[in-house]
Write a protein that binds this ligand. Structure first.
Ligand code: WQD
Length: 330
């Protein structure tokens, strides 16, 4: 079974590729190296003998994409390539539009030409309308809250609208907040420039690149006033892809959407405390004003994924803190 992972050298892609170890799989990776490194490929090749190749391809380059697909016989595409900074999506709308939306349009048209009818898409919790009082379910109201969220929702809409004519079997996974690193200490999240997200920023503090964490807001409607998110360990997140692959190969007419989160709301303060408790590492912090567009609290009801994918998150905040500390402290 030939699996193409777009964005396969990125944070989530590399962790997924490292775990696609079933002997039935042959793994092909494309990535534009925009937010990832070629050296990650070397690490992955050592971990997983199923990896058959990497090619630097930008999805915006349709000609190159078409040529690549002509040479390979791909059975399923796992589409993870994409830009993911909410703040950058506001300052550079065109970049997000071109990269995420047009990139996907090129991909789906190429898949159509190559008669590939199976797709797993990395979507995001950012497609939902904010909801403070209870956990978000898949059929809750959708609402665009950022340019980034707009790109994810638009890709979902294209999948929904084109799936009939393409006879597409797809699983859309709406990620909440992936966190943590590989147990080998070699794979983790390494964004270029100043990290936007909480855990990579803490990584910079562990690496002694930055002195303190800027905690954005202390007057949110949460138990300690800091923003709350549903942090899910990268291994548990990867597991939903393995289950999705099984499902797409076992059954016909699969067109499904799942939320992927641990189902708990965890504040920034709780994350800070977890490093003290489990790693004996004190994170210095200062309160700053809220970040534009940030929500008080967002977490999922993960019953649908549990029931249909037969999946269960196995890891917790302790595993996230320990693996993060191991990766950045080396
Ligand atoms: C988490 C909490 C911040 C940094 C991200 C992605 C987005 C989407 C969902 C997948 C918030 C606070 C953060 C810092 C802080 N992922 N924070 N200091 O905002 O939920 O969005 O996850 O699609 O792509 O951007 O995650 O990690 O940026 O923030 O206090 O230096 O940490 O205010 O409460 P967010 P995040």
């Amino acid at each position: 079974m030939n699996i193409l992972v777009t964005g396969g050298l990125g944070y989530i892609g590399s962790h997924l590729v490292s775990k696609l170890i079933d002997k039935k799989f042959s793994i092909f990776i494309i990535d534009n190296l925009n937010n990832s490194k070629r050296s990650t490929y070397k690490i992955l090749k050592k971990i997983n003998p199923n990896i058959k190749g990497f090619k630097k391809i930008d999805l915006k380059n349709k000609k190159k994409l078409l040529n690549y697909f002509k040479k390979k016989k791909i059975d399923i595409v796992i589409h993870m390539a994409g830009l993911k900074s909410v703040s950058e999506s506001y300052s550079n709308v065109k970049k997000y539009y071109n990269n995420n939306i047009l990139g996907f349009v090129n991909l789906i048209e190429t898949m159509q030409k190559s008669k590939i009818q199976k797709l797993i898409f990395s979507s995001s919790a950012s497609v939902y309308a904010p909801k403070i009082s209870s956990a978000i379910k898949e059929d809750d109201q959708l609402q665009i809250n950022s340019i980034y969220g707009f790109t994810k929702k638009t890709i979902e809409d294209i999948i929904f609208l084109k799936s009939k004519s393409l006879r597409l079997n797809y699983i859309i996974l709406r990620y909440f907040n992936p966190a943590g690193c590989h147990q080998n200490g070699l794979l983790g999240e390494n964004p270029k420039g100043t990290p936007n997200n909480l855990y990579p920023y803490i990584g910079d503090i562990i690496k002694k690149r930055r002195k303190y964490l800027k905690v954005y807001g202390n007057d949110y409607k949460t138990k300690d006033g800091t923003g709350a998110r549903d942090y899910i360990h990268i291994d548990d997140l990867v597991d939903t892809h393995l289950k999705s692959l099984q499902r797409l190969f076992k059954y016909k007419n699969i067109q499904e959407v799942f939320n992927v989160g641990c189902g708990k709301s965890i504040t920034v303060k709780a994350v800070i405390n977890s490093f003290k408790k489990f790693c004996n590492f004190k994170i210095k912090f200062k309160y700053y004003p809220r970040r534009y567009g940030d929500l008080d609290k967002i977490y999922t009801n993960n019953n649908k994924a549990k029931k249909i994918l037969q999946w269960r998150p196995e890891k917790n905040l302790k595993d996230i803190a320990l693996s993060t500390f191991k990766y950045y402290n080396k």
